[in-house]
Design a binder for this molecule. Structure first.
Ligand SMILES: Nc1ncnc2c1ncn2[C@@H]1O[C@H](COP(=O)(O)OP(=O)(O)O)[C@@H](O)[C@H]1O
Ligand SMILES: [Mg+2]
Length: 590
């Protein structure tokens, strides 16, 4: 992925501060985690000290009361350790989840404000990853990275200090093993890093393979490709398995090695402490020896994992960096207009509008036309002529390069985006439905639109019967992307959605192109009703619709080549009449 260049850079303190600024609303939890981490380290360190005292004093003196006290205290420490561990886990995760909940909402809000140009250039997969997987990584900074490192470092440091205090010579002998563990850990980490890149690549291969085959199952079955796909899948699976096994192999080597160095430490302590009897630690100070065994574990165990935790921290920071990059992106349509109209009449005027989606690539070359309020205008022209582009501009999905677009004689830019868009409704050829009920897909969860209103509207445009025939009627859940409905049925729902919003300006962009005859009749009927008394722009292929229009705009290669009504344009014998003869005549005869 293109983000890989972000990794491997030195620790970015400013980024770190920015991530941590999100803990501000959760100060209480933050300090709780910090305190619990310190307590946990204290309990862990307390246990070996207690062991030393029990062995040296209580056992020797055979004072059963003192021994009992020591045992009870030991129990308290153990319970303390378990409890603080539990609290630490819970609150560190709570902090992480709270932070990412806030960042995620901020990110989503930011995304809903981006202009269409941004989405034209961005991959959906990447944006989804930012909002989901990267967030999890950021959360791990808190639940597995930072605080764990602090807690571990605290444990290691206190263990080392206690060792030095109990017996500094023995402590130095133990420290001599540290480099071995450090080097082994480092080698292990490097090997694992490479192995994990491979694992991740194989996981994503597996993901996209399965996803694509499920989505394209019709093709697989229709063309009898089951065996071939199975074989391909077997190969991908094998690679995936091998990648994982490699990490298992490294783990299997590393942990015994780490274990051995621990045992070597124990051996050294026994040899120098007991046999060489450094400073009389030996037989008369059995407690110190035992305490060292515990302390060594406290020193070595975190050491083995600390690199892992740094990795988690680093990965979280990389994720945070990517997410912040989106948060810092300024890519919205400037919303500086102040005009808010409760009603617009629906006059539209384009004045010498030039526009291109990308710089230096003009798509519209000086568009001029006027639509009077209440008129129906049809735009016709070949694919790619720029018909949909005109609509994108009317909504201010994109900003024009030069010229002017006016609604009710007010420049588009002078309206607030909210006000402008509240007066326009569009039905596109490819209807998007959310995985929700039909009623919610129509109202888009606007609470001011009641089910009664929806039903009434449906009756008016003649689709009530169709919706009622579905199981559950208006409460029918259309599932993901509305795949349970035919394209004609989705189209009818989109019509209803547009009608219910009662716009002053209605736009139909090839809304009837991919529809069966039955739906087409319903749609024709709905179109007549829905265009009544409002400005309508219809990009259409069907002659019936075009003929009825008050005005036809004929477009070619980003320019308007002809304008007029059906009769006028036919008489003129230009582009439209050619189009009519080539395309529509057959339709009319049939
Ligand atoms: N989002 C976009 N980014 C870049 N170019 C686009 C985009 N949408 C359309 N175009 C280009 O603009 C031109 C006009 O497209 P469009 O208005 O969709 O045509 P029509 O609706 O008449 O078929 C085409 O050349 C098309 O490739
Ligand atoms: Mg189009």
């Amino acid at each position: 992925m293109s983000d890989s260049k972000d990794t491997g850079k030195a620790f970015d303190f400013r980024l770190f501060k920015r991530v941590f600024s999100y803990t501000r609303p959760y100060r209480g939890i933050f300090w709780l985690v910090a305190i619990v981490a310190i307590l946990s380290a204290a309990f862990a360190i307390g246990i070996p000290i207690l062991v030393k005292d029990i062995i040296n004093e209580s056992l020797e003196s055979k004072d059963s009361q003192q021994l009992l006290n020591a045992v009870v205290l030991m129990l308290v420490f153990l319970l303390g350790q378990v409890t603080t561990q539990l609290l630490f886990n819970y609150f560190a995760n709570l902090l992480g989840e709270s932070v990412i909940k806030d960042i995620r909402i901020k990110l989503f809000t930011k995304m809903t404000g981006f202009k269409m140009t941004y989405f034209d250039k961005s991959s959906i997969g990447v944006l989804v990853t930012r909002a989901v997987a990267d967030m999890q990584r950021i959360g791990e900074i808190f639940s597995q990275g930072f605080f764990m490192i602090v807690a571990d470092a605290l444990k290691m440091l206190s263990a080392a200090i206690i060792m030095l205090v109990v017996n500094w010579k023995l402590a130095l002998i133990v420290f001599a093993i540290l480099p071995v563990i450090l080097i082994a850990t480092r080698l292990f980490q490097q090997a694992m890093k490479v192995a994990f890149v491979e694992v991740r690549a194989q996981v994503s291969n597996l993901n996209s393979f399965v996803q694509e085959r499920i989505a394209g199952m019709k093709i697989v079955q229709l063309f009898n490709r089951e065996e071939i796909e199975k074989e391909k899948f077997r190969v991908i699976n094998e690679k995936h398995q091998n990648a994982w096994l490699k990490t298992v192999w490294y783990n299997s080597i590393f942990f015994p090695i780490a274990e051995i160095s621990n045992s070597i430490g124990i051996g050294l302590v026994v040899y120098f402490g007991v046999i060489q009897n450094i400073e009389n630690v030996g037989m008369d100070n059995k407690g110190a020896i035992l305490a060292f065994f515990f302390l060594m574990d406290l020193l070595f165990r975190p050491l083995r994992q600390i690199a892992d935790k740094f990795n988690t921290l680093q990965m979280g920071m990389v994720a945070a960096n990517r997410v912040f990059k989106i948060l810092d992106t300024d890519s919205h349509i400037p919303d500086e207009g102040t005009v808010e109209k409760a009603d617009v009449k629906g006059d539209i005027e384009f004045k010498d509008v030039h526009f291109g989606y990308v710089p230096d690539e003009e798509v519209l070359h000086g568009i001029n036309f006027k639509v009077k309020a209440g008129e129906t205008v049809a735009i016709v022209g070949a694919t790619g002529a720029g018909k949909s582009t005109i609509i994108n501009l009317l909504n201010r999905f994109y900003e024009i390069n030069s010229g002017q677009i006016l609604v009710d004689n007010v420049c588009l830019k002078d309206y607030t985006l909210h006000s402008l868009r509240s007066h326009i409704a569009i039905v596109l050829q490819d209807v998007f439905l959310f995985a929700d009920t039909i009623a919610n897909n129509i109202s888009l969860r606007d609470e001011n639109i009641t089910t009664e209103q929806i039903e009434e509207a449906a009756k008016q445009i003649g689709v009530h019967e169709f919706v009622s025939s579905l199981p559950g009627g208006y409460q029918y859940n259309v599932k993901e992307r509305g795949s349970m409905l035919s394209s004609g049925q989705r189209q009818l729902i989109a019509f209803l959605r547009a009608y219910v919003s009662n716009p002053s300006i209605l736009i139909l962009d090839e809304a009837t192109s991919s529809v069966d005859t039955y739906s087409e009749q319903l749609i024709q009927q709905a179109t007549d009703k829905i265009t009544e008394g409002r400005t309508s722009i219809i990009i259409a292929h069907r002659l019936a619709t075009i003929k009825k229009a008050d005005k036809i705009i004929v477009m070619d290669a980003g320019e308007i080549v002809e304008m007029g009504n059906h009769k006028e344009l036919l008489e003129k014998g230009g582009y439209y009449s050619d189009l009519y003869n080539a395309q529509f005549l057959a339709e009319e005869v049939a």
